[in-house]
Design a protein around this ligand. Structure first.
Ligand SMILES: C[S@@+](CC[C@H](N)C(=O)[O-])C[C@H]1O[C@@H](n2cnc3c(N)ncnc32)[C@H](O)[C@@H]1O
Length: 264
């Protein structure tokens, strides 16, 4: 399969998941965003954004899903906010949330690899959070697309699941979860058990393709696209919510990480 085949398949699976997520979360999100200033951001994200300083800054979120994080960033005082996601159905949800809260933000349904050139060099900050990089068949192409969005000197903030978690199986029934996959796995995970990471229900879904990218691949792809490292943390906090089997253990591997990189 080629890059576009993977992204086309994943797009279908995400569109299929959109009403399933909405059934569980959308009414609450509508109520939340009707409250002025609502934010769903993780503490580390708020701290990092405050440190960077986002007042009036133009912010892009790549793979923004239903836009809840970008709308929160707008509520923290950002300037122009634009969210990009391949799923038309999640983008429709993002627009409804923005409208419900009277929050000014733009949302565009597009493959990240095909973001229109009119957005080039438009943003002071780009953000990627939990569960994005694994959907990318072409990591170097992904960071090239994100770097293109940034103004010179612009920052990219990444807050992601640690790739070491790719070695475990979510919901592993063993009392002590085993290492099930190689950290160095080169072919993608193909799955048809659905994307309900809110309700943890499985369903026979359209196939999804998830890629195991090593931390060294991620950093190398940033550097290769002129994105220089500014800050890096690793933490024992599971931001995916699907690895309760691992977090129940007394000794933890790194569960998540954050990176801030700057365009030259
Ligand atoms: C796990 S979700 C991100 C969740 C988000 N951080 C949140 O917490 O709400 C991953 C998103 O990536 C999007 N996505 C996957 N491949 C993409 C691509 N090639 N271009 C743009 N978006 C893509 C999916 O549609 C999905 O909404």
């Amino acid at each position: 399969m080629k890059r576009d085949d993977y992204t086309a398949a994943n797009r279908e699976a995400w569109n299929e998941a959109a009403p399933i997520h909405a059934r569980r979360t959308f009414d609450q999100l509508l109520a939340d965003f009707r409250r002025p200033g609502h934010s769903c951001l993780e503490a580390l994200e708020t701290e990092t954004l405050c440190k960077i300083g986002i007042a009036g800054k133009a912010v892009a979120q790549v793979c923004c899903n239903n836009g809840r994080e970008l709308l929160s960033i707008k509520n923290l005082g950002a300037g122009r906010c634009v969210g990009f996601d391949i799923s038309e159905d999640f983008i429709a949800q993002a627009r409804r949330l923005a409208e419900a809260g009277g929050i000014e933000a733009e949302f565009l349904a597009t493959d990240v690899y095909r973001i229109p050139a009119r957005f080039d060099a438009s943003f002071d900050l780009a953000i990627i959070t939990i569960g994005v990089l694994g959907w990318m068949p072409d990591l170097a192409g992904f960071f090239a697309a994100v770097a293109r969005l940034l103004k010179p000197g612009g920052l990219l903030f990444i807050h992601e699941q640690h790739p070491i978690m790719g070695m475990f199986e979510p919901g592993d029934p063993e009392p002590q979860p085993k290492l099930r996959h190689s950290y160095f796995k080169a072919d993608p995970f193909r799955d048809e058990t659905g994307l309900d990471y809110w309700g943890h229900e499985t369903y026979k879904s359209k196939p999804t393709y998830w890629f195991q990218h090593k931390l060294s691949d991620i950093i190398t792809a940033c550097l290769g696209n002129g994105l220089a490292l500014e800050a890096f943390t690793e933490r024992d906090r599971d931001i995916s919510g699907i690895f309760g089997n691992v977090t129940a253990q007394p000794i933890l591997p790194p569960l998540s990480y954050s990176l801030v990189v700057r365009k030259a």
